[in-house]
Design a protein around this ligand. Structure first.
Ligand code: P61
Length: 470
């Protein structure tokens, strides 16, 4: 019998292979429940993957948030927790790491990203002001709205097109931004809210050129520029890879340069910073810092722990240093890209180019026969779970929610299912299993039917909404 010669991944791409820059010291067993059990689990979860029990999940690609594996150094750091109510030494380690790698002057700890978003929104938004940003993120926009602001999307148009190959689809459209400033007046703009990378656009990066230009525009009008730094390390990788003049700079250098164009940042440490819980805010302005330091006590905890245990702060300080290692970022994004490249080769519709933290399946491409009101991306994540026990996340009309004033549903152009890759957790073999399950679901796409929503919560409905098959 004729057998094709087996090729390693590297050989298939005409290059030498690379591998993860770590080895595994401890394992966590996985199990797959039967198809009948998965059917039942889906029904009980109202076809919402957020409502599944994790014991019923095989490969969990719901999110990369807090799901990463810590290193042996970080676990050792956990043992060095100084659980003093005030002045924990771990806070000073964390503060130094943020100042060193991100470059901001003042640090305020928070229990996670949305805690930090709450504080910056309260401190920097006056009711009635506008907050332009490069595409909405669910919690970010909600906190801006709850503080009385109105979010305005000023990302470049290409970001809303799943197939557009622009290398920096996270960029802010300067003309859109300037038009808003001119229409409303600079005093009606609370600040510019820039995320790197842009989660809802598919993990797409912002270029250094763009942040510089936005900085110049903000300086011209006297507007502040704040960064959602949640996945900014991954953004730095794309600048190193794609932007002229950065190939010889390290991730750490690029990160610091980029942050240097902004007035401050908020952070969900659960992503880039390689911890299971934690977050922070960092700003340069003394007065704003005083305000944030005051607010943190009300909502999060004292200004030297902000809702985190001392040990969590130590793990994050160590995680920050690990997160900017070039080999780490290359292998992290390399794994995401490996999965994406398999799907591209099989002509399965995904968001292009493949972004930093996830592969986003284009549910419109899967199910052109399912109208957006019947939740194509929600259907897709349910189908994937049914096929293999793999858990993904809806990022389409359910996530987009409703207009806060009119109550009308937002109809986002992107209707996506996110296969989010936790950091340092799964292997290449897991990625193969995921790719094959996506293909199986794609093959039965024509006979797949949509869903109807039978329960809708008021805030961030995607977390707890329930559905039934049509
Ligand atoms: C995620 F379904 N992201 O991607 P917190 N900014 C950015 C984030 O990605 C982010 C936060 C701020 C999550 C968790 C999550 O609709 C959802 O530490 C760019 O989660 O509070 C979080 O940071 C907030 C999942 C959040 C969601 C909101 O999976």
């Amino acid at each position: 019998m004729d057998q094709k010669p087996l090729q390693t991944m590297g050989q298939q791409s005409g290059r030498r292979s690379w591998a993860e820059p770590w080895k595994i010291k401890m394992v966590e067993p996985l199990q797959v429940i039967s198809r009948d059990q998965r059917e039942q689990a889906l029904r009980e979860a109202g076809y919402n993957t957020f409502l599944l029990k994790s014991d019923d999940v095989y490969i969990d690609l719901l999110t990369d948030s807090g799901t990463g594996a810590m290193s042996d150094r970080q676990w050792a750091g956990i043992m060095l927790g100084d659980e003093a109510y005030a002045g924990s030494r771990n806070f000073y380690h964390l503060e130094a790491a943020i100042q060193n790698y991100y470059g901001y002057r003042h640090v305020v700890p928070a229990h996670q990203g949305r805690g930090a978003e709450h504080l910056i929104s309260l401190a920097a938004i006056q009711p009635g002001q506008f907050v332009p940003g490069n595409m909405y993120f669910t919690t970010t926009r909600l906190h801006q709205e709850l503080a009385g602001g109105t979010f305005v999307d000023v990302i470049i148009d290409q970001a809303h097109d799943a197939q557009d190959l622009h290398p920096f689809k996270g960029n802010i459209d300067l003309a859109k931004l300037e038009q808003l400033v001119k229409e409303q007046g600079a005093d009606k703009i609370a600040y510019v809210s820039m995320a790197g990378t842009v989660n809802m656009a598919g993990g797409q990066p912002v270029s250094m050129e763009n942040v510089k230009a936005v900085r110049a525009l903000c300086d011209h009008y006297g507007i502040r520029l704040f960064l959602d730094a949640t996945r900014m390390v991954e953004n730095a990788f794309f600048i190193q890879e794609r932007e002229p003049g950065f190939a010889d700079k390290s991730i750490a250098q690029i990160l610091k340069e980029f942050c240097g164009y902004t007035d401050g940042a908020w952070m969900s440490g659960k992503k880039d910073n390689l911890v299971n819980i934690g977050g922070w805010l960092a700003v340069n302005d003394d007065t704003l810092f005083e305000e944030l330091r005051n607010l943190v006590i009300v909502y999060e905890g004292l200004h030297t722990y902000g809702g985190m245990a001392g040990r969590d702060m130590e793990a994050m300080a160590i995680g920050i240093a690990e997160s900017v290692q070039d080999e780490h970022v290359r292998s992290r994004i390399g794994q995401v890209r490996y999965l994406g490249d398999l799907l591209i080769q099989w002509q399965i519709p995904i968001v292009l180019p493949v972004g930093g933290h996830a592969v986003f399946l284009d549910a419109r491409g899967f199910y052109p026969h399912i109208p957006q009101d019947e939740f194509p991306a929600q259907t897709l994540v349910a189908e994937l779970y049914r096929d293999s026990g793999i858990r993904a996340m809806e990022r389409g009309i359910v996530s987009a929610g409703r207009d806060e004033h009119t109550g009308e549903q937002h109809y986002p152009r992107l209707e996506l299912a996110r296969l989010t890759i936790p950091r340092r957790v799964y292997t290449q073999a897991h990625m193969d299993v995921v790719a094959e399950s996506v293909r199986a679901v794609y093959e039965i796409r024509a006979q797949t039917r949509g869903l109807k929503m039978v329960f809708e919560p008021k805030y961030l409905r995607f977390f707890q909404a329930r559905f039934e098959p049509l």
